[in-house]
Ligand binder design. Structure first.
Ligand code: AMP
Ligand code: MN
Ligand code: MN
Ligand code: MN
Length: 278
């Protein structure tokens, strides 16, 4: 049987809409046979996901999506095939989680300056006891309170870079994040390379640093790629000796443009990232 991979998605452990169990059920319905759950800066969804995966006979790859700052720019590094029990990785995650919690208070204060109250309590309640809070939670709050008419508008008016409730955050260092993933036995993969709004020369500088740090893969196929972006990402993979990954970055069934497992095949010229993990 040929595998159907999806190596990037989110659950309620971070800013996904479905619980790990609901996510695995949906992945199964979509024909996915190997799924990586990659929540933002948390591994809290993995235990439930493993159980649910066994029930529907999906191979669940333990994953995470780490928030990284390199040269004042935010990048997302997906770790695939990590051991969630690894203490170095766990300590690193805690470091980023502290940054996330501090940022929640900052964003809420900035919204208060705009006479928008109650965000802090609302996002904490929405994320649950051990869920990671992202800007998506603030977007949902702003939408529910009718301050905006769509999630996108919440980013455009308040949460996006340079907007009223935007805070500049220094996340984990690139070398640290890659080394945590490697020490936990995982493969470090650059997520959605076309979403960073970087010039080609900065992208090359970043990929050089990523490769030097031990980065091993790059997403070549993601949920909303066009053929030109696939070609450019595949070129990066070839030129920097990176393995190619495929991941929808699925968050919610409400986004009709992105579905679990709905991914184009990898171009022939690249080597698939799954050859790197056991
Ligand atoms: P954070 O890591 O807290 O900065 O939040 C980033 C998350 O917000 C991403 O993973 C997306 O799920 C979501 N996001 C970022 N930008 C946008 C946008 N323009 N529209 C909708 N969602 C976005
Ligand atoms: Mn997200
Ligand atoms: Mn991301
Ligand atoms: Mn993601």
């Amino acid at each position: 049987m040929t595998e159907k991979y999806d190596l990037h998605c989110h659950s309620t452990a971070s800013d996904g809409f479905l619980s790990p169990t609901e996510l695995l059920k949906r992945a199964h319905e979509q024909g996915v046979t190997a799924l990586a759950l990659t929540d933002h800066d948390t591994i809290n969804g993995l235990a439930e996901a493993q159980q649910a995966a066994a029930a529907v006979n999906i191979r669940l790859i333990n994953g995470i999506e780490l928030s990284v700052t390199w040269n004042s720019h935010c990048f997302h590094i997906v770790g695939l095939g990590i051991n969630p029990e690894n203490s170095v990785l766990q300590a690193g995650i805690r470091q980023i989680q502290t940054i996330r919690y501090q940022r929640v208070a900052k964003i809420a204060k900035l919204l208060e300056k705009k006479k928008i109250f109650g965000a802090y309590d609302a996002v904490i309640a929405a994320a649950g006891d051990d869920g990671m809070i992202t800007r998506s939670h603030f977007a949902d709050f702003l939408l529910a309170q009718h301050h905006v008419t769509s999630e996108q508008e919440a980013f455009d008016l308040y949460l996006g870079q340079g907007k009223a409730a935007y805070t500049n955050t220094t996340w984990a260092g690139l070398e640290d994040a890659v080394s945590w993933i490697k020490q936990a036995g995982g493969v470090a993969v650059l997520a959605h390379p076309m979403r960073y709004d970087l010039t080609a020369s900065w992208m090359k500088r970043f990929l050089t640093a990523f490769k030097e740090a031990g980065g091993a893969g790059i997403e070549v196929i993601t949920g909303r790629f066009n053929p030109d972006e696939v070609r450019r990402s595949a070129d990066y993979a070839k030129n920097f000796g990176l393995a190619a990954s495929v991941g929808s970055d699925f968050h919610s069934p409400k986004n009709v443009w992105v579905e679990l497992g709905r991914l184009a095949p990898l171009p022939d010229a690249v080597s698939p990232v799954w050859e790197l993990f056991g």
